[in-house]
Design a binder for this molecule. Structure first.
Ligand SMILES: [Fe+2]
Length: 296
């Protein structure tokens, strides 16, 4: 095995070389990649020649594959692959994938299919670095907070500004309504590392009003999105990015003049999050059993 890691930034990201993702990984390589993911949070692979089936086979090294999404349609003929396509909406908001369900995916992969000639970067932020940078009183506050996450969230673009197609996409997205309460500080099950587990689907802090919640979430979120905590990934052809969805947030930059941009996403089924006191997340509304198994 000649697996090689090259750090991209101090807080997040590494380029991986010396591993052929199109072939089954041996146990040594698999565990080296898991360790690299634990440390670097986001791994970038170049010269990846995979189809949808190959991407799923790679993902299965890390756990069960989820279906594409709880409510959004999969790629035709590939029920576990989500098309991330500029023609079907843009994700220029900070989020962690599918946190509105009880056990969000533990990891996500994105594979480049169509790369715009400029722009279209994916930003990935370390919420572990954000937590470490909180001043002690804010860390103590965050440790005690729980937040309600929902797919019926507050969009950056208001309803009266969107066209019919976008309205249909939103209706589909919320065709099953989910509400789940997660700890604001999640303890990573493999490393014990703490990270802020918030992002765009977190709408309210338990016990606070919407207005108070917004101010506290914004304050905590400002640490996540510090430039020092963010990997800015510029896509090339034949790349795959694997990121730890338990301890990162991401954002698709809308700076490519809506030229074609397409990635295929396959995610690894996750565990139920646990807070600093050992308490687990709980569901208020919506059953995601059709979407994901629960990782041990
Ligand atoms: Fe996403």
């Amino acid at each position: 095995m000649s697996l090689h890691l090259r750090k991209v930034t101090a807080n997040i990201g590494a380029h991986v070389s010396g591993v052929d993702l199109a072939r089954p990984l041996d146990e040594e390589t698999r565990s080296a990649l898991r360790e690299a993911l634990n440390v670097h949070k986001a791994l970038v692979f170049d010269d990846v020649h995979l189809d949808d089936e190959g991407q799923q086979a790679f993902v299965r090294h890390f756990g069960d594959v989820t279906t594409a999404h709880p409510t959004v349609a999969a790629v035709d003929g590939a029920p576990n692959v989500l098309p991330v396509d500029s023609e079907q909406g843009i994700a220029n908001h900070w989020h962690t994938d599918v946190t509105f369900v009880l056990n969000p995916p533990q990891a996500s992969t994105l594979r480049s299919i169509t790369v715009p000639p400029y722009g279209g970067e994916t930003l990935i932020a370390s919420s572990a670095a954000a937590y470490r940078q909180l001043p002690e009183p804010l860390r103590a506050l965050a440790d005690d907070l729980w937040a309600e996450h929902t797919n019926d969230y507050d969009y950056a673009v208001p309803a009266e500004e969107i066209d019919e197609q976008q309205a249909a996409q939103r209706a589909r997205f919320t065709s099953i309504k989910f509400r789940t309460v997660h700890p604001v500080v999640r303890v990573h099950p493999l490393t014990g590392e703490r990270g802020l587990f918030i992002g765009g689907f977190a709408q309210r802090i338990v016990g606070l009003s919407v207005g108070e919640s917004r101010r506290i979430l914004d304050l905590l979120q400002s640490y996540v999105t510090r430039p020092e905590n963010v990997l800015r990934h510029r896509w090339s052809e034949n790349q795959l990015v694997l990121f730890d969805n338990r301890i990162t947030q991401h954002y698709a930059v809308d700076n490519y003049d809506r030229q074609p941009r397409r990635l295929h996403r396959v995610t690894v089924a996750g565990d139920v999050p646990v807070g600093v006191e050992g308490k687990e997340s709980y569901s208020i509304e919506g059953d995601a059993a059709h979407y994901t198994s629960v990782a041990a």
